[in-house]
Design a protein around this ligand. Sequence first.
Ligand code: ZN
Length: 132
Amino acid sequence: MEYRVKTTKVQEFIDITSLINEEIKRQKVQEGIAIVFVPHTTAGVTINENTDPDVAEDILMALNKAFPVKGDYSHYEGNSHAHIKASLMGSSCSLIIENGRLKLGTWQGVYFCEFDGPRNRKVYIKVIGTNK
Ligand code: ZN
């Protein structure tokens, strides 16, 4: 299933955990796997703490320190920093479904990572499993 993610900032992490749980519910899967795929080259997906929002902000801050927006890059679009960050986060993740929900750690959430927004983005969520 293809979901829309509307980002509102140049760079931001958006918690998409509930979106994935929604798709699991829609597919009526009790046990299985969910694959989340981001079909973009300047956005990615990562799993990290979603209790304290400062964690996502700190990750962004550290990424910007390591890969500044302006730098000695060659790419003509001028958004190489975003391509690099997207590659580091990765474009997909696989998750375990148990009892009809994502089996994540207590403090974990799944984040859509925008590095070149704001834009209208997509995320593909594929749920595979059984309903018992
Ligand atoms: Zn580019």
